[in-house]
Design a protein around this ligand. Structure first.
Ligand code: ATP
Ligand code: MG
Length: 353
């Protein structure tokens, strides 16, 4: 059976890109496997410094948004990363197997380091290793059958049997290079300490990277300081209309799809297709004759319709903080039950025991 693992940083309310590139997929996948883990990655969010009160609020707001988008804690383990300390402990072990130049080459390091306008922190450089630990911690599992007896040359040895879970990781396109790093680290570990980790596999969302509405050269991001760049799942209809009205396009008024030479309008077409479930061709057919200004309002309307029930549900969920906290704690208890025996075995393999 396949296990599913994925996560989101509590860096603000999820946006259109998170919804189309990740959360919508998560809701589908929770129906397909009985072993599904979704994590609120609070440790990762420290890589971009936040006030403690803001982080606390973001954790609950992100949880409310995820639940409102249809993630059901009865069908998956929804948990807060820092409540399972084995993530950090395994990250240390994996960090000791990872070359610094490999991390320096990752595009997110270069991008975020420049946007932070400083030399970058150790956390910002090594968070992809923590991501590898997040995945690999649930990626090997001791057999439910316990031990078997095997005949060695001299005596009977007890061999442990591993049931190999191949963890599938739903990710947006921006995270593919990080998943490749996790695959490399898993193979490196196996070479050094013996076959233990099955190599995790990506489940790529059919939605391509959704771009910023202010700059179609970069992806839509929660941590983008430009308020008009990002459409949140909790935005009001007025906010959604304003953001699409201000979306950067070009001087051609026709609606066409050409991501290279017309990235702005093509991003709108991608959003429209993903949110309605139509193909790009169908969307273009429907929009024939509209100029980009009117087309922006058509796209805005489709997003408003999709997000209206989510927005109402978020408001309801935010009123009961203790429920949100309990969901995350219960999920962490269950995640720990899965992680603890795997991490115990890793400790033994590396020689800590
Ligand atoms: P931050 O700016 O804080 O990194 P983010 O918007 O990149 O926030 P994450 O929490 O890092 O969001 O990512 C959560 C999930 O959403 C990941 O699976 C990621 O691949 C996906 N995702 C993020 N941004 C986009 C986007 N613009 N288009 C499609 N998928 C996205
Ligand atoms: Mg991100």
């Amino acid at each position: 059976m396949d296990r599913i693992f994925s996560g989101i940083q509590p860096t603000g309310t999820p946006h259109l890109g998170n919804y189309l590139g990740a959360i919508q997929n998560w809701a589908r996948l929770q129906e397909q496997s009985s072993s599904v883990l979704y994590s609120i990655m609070d440790m990762h969010s420290l890589t971009m410094p936040k006030e403690p009160a803001v982080l606390r609020r973001n954790i609950l707001d992100t949880t409310a948004a995820i639940l409102a988008c249809g993630i059901d804690p009865k069908k998956c383990f929804l948990f807060r990363q820092s409540l399972v300390p084995e993530h950090a402990e395994l990250a240390w072990i994996l960090g000791c197997l990872t070359n610094v130049p490999r991390l320096l080459r990752l595009p997110q390091w270069k991008m975020k380091c420049t946007s932070q306008n400083n030399e970058g922190t150790v956390g910002l450089l090594t968070y992809p290793v923590l991501q590898a630990a997040d995945i690999l911690l649930y990626n090997g599992q001791l057999s439910e059958y316990g031990t078997i007896l095997a005949c060695g040359n001299i005596s009977f040895d007890r061999l442990k049997v591993y049931r190999l879970w191949s963890t599938h990781v739903p990710v947006g396109e921006d995270q593919v290079v990080h998943l490749e790093l996790a695959q490399d680290i898993a193979q490196h570990f196996n070479k050094k300490y013996g076959e233990f980790f099955p190599v995790p596999k990506a489940i790529l969302s059919t939605t391509k990277k959704i771009k910023s509405l202010r700059d179609p050269a970069v992806k839509m991001s929660k941590s983008d300081p430009q308020k008009l760049a990002t459409v949140s799942v909790a935005d009001s209809p007025d906010e959604i209309v304003l953001k699409f009205r201000k979306a950067v396009t070009d001087f051609t008024s026709e609606v066409t799809y050409d991501p290279v030479s017309r990235p702005g309008v093509s991003n709108l077409v991608s959003i429209h297709a993903a949110i309605t479930g139509l193909s790009i061709k169908e969307v273009l057919h429907q929009s024939a004759g509209l100029d980009t200004a009117r087309y922006k309002m058509v796209v805005a309307e489709s997003v408003i319709q999709k997000f209206a029930p989510i927005r109402n549900e978020i408001k309801k969920l935010q009123e009961d903080k203790s429920h949100l906290i309990k969901v995350l704690e219960d999920g962490a208890e269950k995640a720990k039950e899965l992680a603890a025996p795997i991490y115990q075995e890793i400790r033994r393999l590396v020689g800590f025991q």
